[in-house]
Design a protein around this ligand. Sequence first.
Ligand code: SF4
Length: 434
Amino acid sequence: MSAPGPQQAPQQAPRQGPQVVTFGCRLNGYESEVMRDHARAAGLEGAIIVNTCAVTKEAERQARQAIRKLRRENPAARLIVTGCAAQLDPARFAAMPEVDRVLGNTEKLKAESYREAAGDLLVTDIMAARETAGHLLAGFESRTRAYLQIQQGCDHRCTFCIIPYARGPNRSVPLGRLVEQVRTLVEAGTREVVLSGVDITSYGADLPGRPTLGETVRRLLALVPDLPRLRLSSLDPAAMDGDLLRLVAEEPRLLPHLHLSVQAGDDLILKRMKRRHLRRDVVDLAARLRDLRPGLALGADLIAGFPTETEEQAARTLALVDEADLSHLHVFPYSARPGTPAARMPAVPGDVAKARAAALRAAGARRMAARLARRVGGLADVLVETPGFGHSEDYLPVDLPPGLDAAPGSVVRVRLSGIHGDRLTATTDERMSA
Ligand code: SF4
């Protein structure tokens, strides 16, 4: 799963042109950028696109609430709704008087969908849309970090997850196309690419010769030697194979920050989730990864209050945060998705799930604070995202020295000098590149 947990608030991108409001996972965030470009190219400058998420009922409710508010504030705008919630229940969104058009998850990535939206067509019948791998997004340019979607869909059926129903089976983008896209990005000045998808550790299972993610990343880096920084999005701990571990050990351009789809730290809960790893696997994997790459930062998706979860089981998940030193957490309280097996299991009260989520977030914040403290005094290569701010190679937030003339998209080497709030501060050591 590619960090399918809902973000705390919808992300509203600040750029000019069509307004895109994004709910949910990082994948949705990447796709929103593609949609904005398509909408702009179709002349839909004044349009509003709401990219919904279906991972919790709350995320879906927030999307409907946002749609009503956006319509009140923008009575004349063309309002397009898409994303997983719209894919799963298009009729419900199409019936909202505020909505002009509903697009499915495949259609939302096609340029022609926006050309049609610019004309007279109204609501699209998503159920009639045909999924074809040819319409997968292969990448987009960004002035800072570029996200390259290497696969879509998921072949697993975790009991809490609705995503496979909304995104379909695993479909991978062949290496040749990935290389083309990365070369284009590098020529345009991109210094950091993130390989993303719904379940990237399943990459290649549907391609001839079944190339693994590790093999593919190695070949991609060899074929694009000018790409200095590569990240991977969420990884399934059960699918981390020898190829990937060798890459972590041997490839300095693969950045030392990995995100694991952990979900829980109790074996019975993991079984009920139909995950394919056990608690011990996560602890061992974290230790092995840090043997191979000392100092590597680890993030994790965690669900609090999964049905039947007892206090003891929740405590085991909480303890895992310290045991595996998980500092970059995405925590969300469990919320039932109708139609999933977990929705039929005995629920944990909502306030209990929320309290457990708060405890997990607090533990993650403590691990993050400890990690920041350990980094003070060291060097970092920071990708500048906005003037004066960026993230280090191990994905720590860094305030750059005042007056440093570093354009967004460049990488600067700095000395980490202290901590201010939840960020590191820095002094200039040596400018790495522009
Ligand atoms: S079914 Fe499991 S592996 Fe697939 S997207 Fe959902 S949580 Fe991730």
